[in-house]
Design a protein around this ligand. Structure first.
Ligand code: SF4
Length: 294
């Protein structure tokens, strides 16, 4: 089996010392919910499932970072922090407003860079120019770090259509190329197990992701989350999703990783959703426990 290189291994190549990620909720919206691209959102999405509880009720980015640093203090010493713009689409909005949010985060002492999660169809040309000047090819030496994590979810257009994603795979390719050409690291996010996909489709994802300028890859198992369209579909027809055991999923992930280009760092393999929000599957495994299984 090939050696798995993790997100921490990657960060060690770009930021010295011990680095801890702090998630924030910038309160930005989603074009797949507000009618710009679509309405109702992706069938699997309930943002409460991946919004850290410590960010709720906190308005300012600075306040959230300070609270996040306190909240995660039990994780040990940290020499630097990466601020993770996690909830919704974090490049969606007027560029001036987005830049102010990013710069507010960068101004907090100890913050060495940003990880910005977004949709591939939310990268305005002037925002890409800012990324290039501030973090990329045109940035001065010693500039802060940036990784843009693109929610691709699947590389199959029929799946993207079924899950009401509102963009196709070509859009993901265009976004990854646009970022990479400007010297910005690209992360990809995929969900394994979306309705209608088999393991051979997952291997196809591995090949297509391998042909893209992707530095990090985050995998999630499909989960049926409360309050989503998928929950309603699952209640009507449980056969709409196939729910592997943790062991079966681990075996498939091993084959997926074997098909992946060397040099892609793996960020995670499973999602960590609060148990009370998950309808199925209920593995009850922490990411570190799953990694041992893997
Ligand atoms: S997963 Fe992302 S793009 Fe889809 S509805 Fe949720 S916030 Fe919007």
């Amino acid at each position: 089996m090939k050696t798995i290189r993790t997100f921490s291994d990657y960060i060690a190549t770009v930021i010295p010392g011990k680095v801890r990620k702090i998630s924030v909720n910038a309160g930005l919206g989603c074009p797949n919910r507000d009618g710009t691209v679509g309405s109702g959102g992706c069938i699997f999405c309930n943002n409460d499932a991946f919004c850290p509880r410590y960010t709720r009720g906190l308005q300012g980015i600075t306040q959230q970072i300070e609270e996040g640093i306190r909240f995660t203090a039990n994780k040990g010493r940290a020499d630097a922090f990466l601020v993770y713009f996690q909830s919704y689409s974090n490049t969606y909005g007027p560029t001036g407003k987005l830049v102010r949010l990013y710069e507010e985060a960068l101004a907090v002492p100890g913050v060495a860079g940003l990880v910005i999660a977004t949709r591939p169809d939310c990268l305005a040309p002037d925002l890409l120019d800012y990324f290039e000047r501030r973090f990329g090819r045109l940035a001065p030496a010693g500039h802060p770090f940036l990784l843009v994590e693109l929610g691709m979810e699947s590389t199959l257009d029929r799946t993207l259509e079924f899950i009401n994603r509102g963009h196709d795979h070509a859009c993901s390719v265009t976004a990854a190329n646009a970022l990479s050409e400007r010297g910005i690291a690209v992360g990809a996010h995929l969900i394994l197990g979306l309705p209608g996909e088999s393991e051979s489709d997952w291997i196809g994802h591995a090949h297509r992701i391998s042909s893209m300028p992707v530095t990090t890859l985050k995998l999630h198992q499909l989960q049926v989350i409360r309050g989503t369209a998928l929950e309603r579909m699952y209640a009507e027809d449980p056969g709409i999703v196939s729910l592997p055991t943790a062991e079966e999923y681990a075996a498939s992930v091993r084959r997926f990783v074997a098909a992946l280009r060397d040099g892609i760092y793996l960020d995670r393999f499973v999602s960590e959703t609060p148990r009370d929000m998950v309808v199925a599957p209920s593995w009850g495994l922490k990411p570190s426990e799953f990694q041992k299984l893997l």
